[in-house]
Design a protein around this ligand. Structure first.
Ligand SMILES: Cc1ncc(COP(=O)(O)O)c(C=O)c1O
Length: 433
C-alpha cells in the first residue's frame, strides 16, 4: 500500500520531543486537531499479550477485535504480526478481506448475521461463531446444499458469571443478551438438533462477557465453563476455546489503580487450559479477542487551544476537539494529558479550569476541574489513551473527522486524511435538490 508521507522523514526527526514547533508543523498540514497512532506501542502491546499467553500455552491465538478501532492500516499491521481478525459485521468482515487477511484467520462473531454472511464465511472456511438460534437454520441450509463439505462452526454460549451473587456485567446488567443459553435448555436443544447433520461439526465454543471490573476471576470462570461444556458435548471435535475480549491493557494509574496485568490473566486462563487438556499435542487453540488492551494506549489526540474565557468566576479553555473524539462514552474521568505551551512562563500561577469542545452540547467537556497554569490560545493539548471506541464511535456531528497520523520510529505518515466537506456530504449518498 502506498504510504502518504506527511513530509520528508527528516523534517519530523525530533518529533519525539512533542515540541510546540513540531506540532505546529503538523497543524499546518492537517489542521488544528488530529490523532497520532504510535505503531511501536501497538506492536509492543501485541507482543506483550502474545508472550504472556504463548509462554504458558503454545496453541494461543489473538483475534483482534475490529470494532474497537478498525482503521485499516492498524488492522493490517496487526494481521502482519500474526493476529486473527475478530469481526462482528459484514462490513468488518469485508474490510478484513480487503486488506488481505486469510479468510481462515477471520473469526466471525456478532448478533446479526444474515444468511448471506454465513454462507459467505462458511464458503471461505472462516471461524463462524453462531450467536442466536435463528442462525442455525442458515447453517442447516448451508449443510444441505453442500453435502460434500465437512462444515465447521462454533457457538457463542451464555452462562452465569455471577460472583458472590452479584452480576459483574457492565452497567449493572443482570443478564447478558448474547449467545445461546446453557441454562434454560437452549444449548442442549441446539446440540441435539445439530448432531443429526452428518456433515456438520461444532468445533469451537465462544464466551465473551463485557464486565466493568475485568477481573481475572471472571476469565477463570469463563474458561472453566467453556472447557466443561466442550468436554461434555464436543468431545474430540473440539478445535478452539474462545474466551472473548475485555481484558485490561496497560492502563494509566490515574484511570485505574491495580489493573491486572497480561501475566495475571494468562496465568489464570492457561493454568486451567493446561489442566483440562494436559496432552500438549492435543490441545485446542485458545483464542483471546483483545480490543481495548491492544489499541487504547497506542493513540493520542492533539487539539489546539482556540480560545479561553471566564463565565462568572469559572475558566473555560476551548479546543478544536470534542468529547466524542476522546471518550464517546462521556465518562467523567480526566484522561492523562499534556499541555504543549507556546510560551513557557514559570511566573504564572495555577488556576482552575475546564477544557471544552466545539459542539453545542453542554456536556462537551474534554476535561474537568484541572488546576495548573491556564493554557493559552495556540497552545496544544495532547489527550492520551484514546485508541479504543473513539474513532469508530465518533459521530458525524457538526465537524468533519480529523486526520490520523501514524508514527513509526521517526517516520510520520497519514493513515486517514482529514475529512473534507465533499466526503462528509457525499454526493453519492445525499440528494441535494
Ligand atoms: C465478542 C467481543 N469480543 C471482543 C471484544 C473486545 O472487548 P474489549 O475492547 O473490551 O477488549 C468485544 C467488545 O465488546 C466483543 O463483543
Amino acid at each position: 500500500m502506498m504510504k502518504s508521507i506527511a513530509k520528508s522523514k527528516d523534517s519530523y526527526s525530533e518529533y519525539e520531543e512533542n515540541t510546540h514547533k513540531n506540532i505546529t508543523q503538523l497543524e499546518e498540514e492537517f489542521g488544528s486537531s488530529f490523532y497520532l497512532l504510535n505503531l511501536e506501542k501497538l506492536r509492543e502491546n501485541y507482543k506483550k499479550i502474545d508472550q504472556a499467553f504463548k509462554s504458558r500455552y503454545s496453541n494461543f491465538i489473538i483475534g483482534y477485535s475490529y470494532k474497537t478501532n478498525y482503521v485499516p492500516y492498524l488492522c493490517k499491521e496487526l494481521a502482519k504480526l500474526g493476529a486473527y481478525s475478530e469481526v462482528v459485521s459484514r462490513l468488518e468482515y469485508d474490510l478484513a478481506i480487503k486488506i488481505g487477511v486469510d479468510p481462515s484467520k477471520i473469526i466471525f462473531n456478532g448478533p446479526l448475521k444474515t444468511k448471506d454472511d454465513i454462507f459467505n464465511a462458511l464458503n471461505n472456511n472462516s471461524k463462524v461463531n453462531i450467536d442466536s438460534i435463528y442462525e442455525i437454520d442458515f447453517v442447516k441450509e448451508y449443510c444441505r446444499r453442500n453435502q460434500q463439505k465437512q462444515v465447521k462452526i462454533g457457538l457463542r454460549l451464555n452462562f452465569d458469571i455471577f460472583e458472590d451473587g452479584v452480576s459483574p456485567l457492565i452497567e449493572g446488567h443482570e443478564v447478558c443478551r448474547f449467545g445461546i443459553c446453557t441454562e434454560n435448555g437452549s444449548m442442549n436443544d441446539v446440540m441435539n438438533e445439530l448432531k443429526n447433520i452428518n456433515n456438520l461439526r461444532v468445533v469451537g465454543l465462544h464466551g465473551h462477557f463485557s464486565t466493568s471490573r475485568r477481573r481475572v476471576s471472571t476469565y477463570s470462570k469463563i474458561t472453566k465453563s467453556l472447557c466443561k461444556i466442550a468436554k461434555s458435548y464436543l468431545f474430540d471435535h473440539l478445535e478452539y476455546i474462545d474466551i472473548g475480549g475485555g481484558i485490561f491493557g496497560e492502563v494509566p494509574k490515574s484511570l485505574i489503580d491495580h489493573a491486572p496485568t497480561f501475566d495475571d490473566y494468562a496465568e489464570a486462563v492457561c493454568s486451567i487450559m493446561n489442566q483440562e487438556f494436559p496432552n500438549e499435542k492435543e490441545q485446542p487453540a485458545l483464542i483471546l479477542e483483545p480490543g481495548i488492551a491492544m489499541v487504547a494506549n497506542a493513540f493520542n489526540f492533539v487539539a489546539k487551544v482556540i480560545g479561553t474565557k471566564m463565565i462568572r468566576d469559572i475558566n473555560f479553555v476551548l479546543v478544536d476537539g470534542s468529547i466524542h473524539n476522546i471518550k464517546p462514552t462521556m465518562h467523567s474521568k480526566n484522561l492523562p494529558m499534556k499541555i504543549i505551551r507556546k510560551n513557557n512562563d514559570d511566573t504564572k500561577t495555577a488556576k482552575k479550569f475546564h477544557i471544552v469542545g466545539y459542539t453545542c452540547l453542554e456536556k462537551d467537556y474534554l476535561a474537568r476541574e484541572l488546576e495548573e497554569e491556564m493554557p493559552e490560545i495556540n497552545d496544544f493539548i495532547i489527550f492520551e489513551n484514546v485508541g479504543a471506541y473513539t474513532i469508530v464511535f465518533n459521530p458525524p456531528f457538526i465537524k468533519e473527522r480529523p486526520a490520523i497520523i501514524a508514527k513509526d520510529k521517526n517516520e510520520l505518515f497519514v493513515v486517514r486524511k482529514k475529512e473534507t466537506i465533499k466526503q462528509f456530504f457525499n454526493e453519492e449518498l445525499y440528494i441535494f435538490s
